[in-house]
Ligand binder design. Structure first.
Ligand SMILES: [Zn+2]
Length: 445
């Protein structure tokens, strides 16, 4: 950090730094120097140490690290509500893939991602892992709005508007990495072979060669439904995770998504290889995909983060809601109400997401030296009273609508519920145009 970085104090009623775990600080101030967190101090001490610093007092607010959305398809906000209440393969084959074939291009992805960034910022997400076609459009939408993220390079067997073959996906992905991500401090990248049922063995092998050479993560939908697993057993004689293991992909660089179908041997295999899991509870519930055994995964020492998945299968990107769903669903699935506490859910949505992305030294907790990605949530409304436990109110009672302030890399992007930089009028106008086009295309159910 530079010596000339301006110092600012943020003084809320409560701070949940996430590390150390389970702690809530009262009457403390977060000291921010430029893009970094400098210290957390009792407010009287901070005021004495930095008498000239601007001090934002946030009464009855809780400050936490910015939320990390570990899996999504931002541009699919434009397909929110397009084809609800269908089985996953019917939803994909007969609805999502045809509408994507019709509309997905650079502009669709850029406009849809801007809409998603607006929604994520408004609801407290400061970093997202994104997987979609036209990663250059995703990266531009993120960076034009000063949003942090992992923008994946997709790999799929079927031809689409971005690339025709697996080799072309990999080639264009590497070009994208060279052009857009390398020099943007808020962006990282990963390979995203879509799933075992849309990528060939050769596609996985080629992806792995480049991922190992460049030390890039691999982001993969895996064991999303029982149909995926059953079909693989029928056609290949093995479960997808066994094939992925045989191909050599199980490692700390692997970010698996969904994982609703797991036996105990597979959980042990994931733990042995330090594989990460992005749990998407609302998408899994809405598509009736099955239940990720979050409690067992965590007890085995596996890092479990939380993602919203795309807005077409959720149907919002509200990570506060997703934390609540993750916590209460884990209790139901394990038949154990002690499973995934409110503090655990907050850690899953922050530091665990940062770990999955390889960013645990940069973001995910409020510690001196880390980047200043943090949010404030207003707990003053009557529906949060009495505030006996602010983290409980945050996880079990609040939604993204209560997020009042958001900072990414020290930049104040949402202030008292208003965007400071993002052009919401332009995003609204562009979205209306897409709404018109998509509703013309949509066939009656
Ligand atoms: Zn997904």
């Amino acid at each position: 950090m530079t010596q000339t970085a301006p110092i600012r104090l943020i003084s809320p009623t409560w701070i949940a730094p996430v590390i150390p775990a389970g702690v809530v600080l009262e009457n403390h101030s977060l000291v921010v120097a430029g893009q970094h967190i400098l210290a957390l101090l009792p407010t009287p001490e901070a005021l004495l140490a930095y008498p000239d610093a601007a001090n934002l007092v946030l009464t009855e607010h809780i400050v936490t690290p910015g939320l990390v959305n570990a899996h999504g398809h931002a541009a699919m906000t434009l397909l929110r509500g397009y084809a609800d209440d269908r089985q996953l393969m019917d939803w994909l084959n007969n609805h999502i893939w045809p509408v994507e074939a019709q509309f997905v291009d650079y502009d669709f992805v850029y406009d849809g991602t801007c809409l998603a960034v607006a929604e994520m910022l408004r609801s407290g997400t400061t970093c997202a892992a994104d997987t979609y076609f036209f990663p250059d459009a995703v990266a531009n939408a993120f960076s034009h709005n000063h949003f942090r993220g992992q923008v994946c390079m997709p790999v799929v067997e079927f031809p689409n508007a971005w690339a025709k073959t697996e080799d072309e996906h990999i080639h264009k992905g590497l070009q994208f990495r060279d052009n857009l991500v390398k020099n943007n401090p808020l962006l990282t990248t990963a390979f995203a072979p879509h799933s075992p049922y849309t990528v060939s063995d050769r596609g996985f092998e080629r992806t792995l060669v480049y991922a190992e050479e460049l030390q890039l993560p691999i982001h993969l939908h895996l064991h999303e439904t029982s149909t995926e697993v059953g079909d693989a057993v029928k056609s290949r004689g093995q479960r997808p995770i066994a094939r992925i293991h045989d191909l050599g992909l199980l490692s700390p660089l692997l970010q698996t998504v969904h994982m609703t179908q797991l036996n105990s041997a597979e959980i042990a295999l994931l733990a042995d290889n330090n594989v990460h899991v992005a749990h998407c509870p609302e998408s899994n519930l809405k598509l009736a995909s099955g239940f990720c055994p979050v409690g067992e995964l965590r007890q085995s020492g596996i890092n479990v983060a939380i993602g919203t998945d795309g807005a077409a299968s959720n149907n919002n990107l509200d990570m506060l809601e997703e934390m609540r769903t993750a916590a209460i669903l884990a209790k139901a699935v394990s038949q154990d109400a002690t499973m995934v506490s409110a503090f655990d859910a907050l850690a899953m949505a922050t530091i665990n997401g940062a770990r999955l992305l390889g960013l645990e030294d940069t973001i995910g907790s409020l510690e001196p030296g880390k980047r200043a990605d943090f949010i404030a949530v207003d707990l003053s409304d009557l529906c949060f009273q009495p505030v006996l436990n602010p983290v409980s109110q945050l996880v079990y009672a609040a939604t993204g609508h209560q997020v009042s302030h958001v900072w990414i890399d020290g930049r104040h992007l949402l202030a008292a519920g208003q965007f400071t930089e993002l052009d919401s009028q332009r995003i609204r106008a562009n979205t209306r145009q897409w709404q018109h086009k998509i509703s013309q295309f949509r066939k009656p159910a």
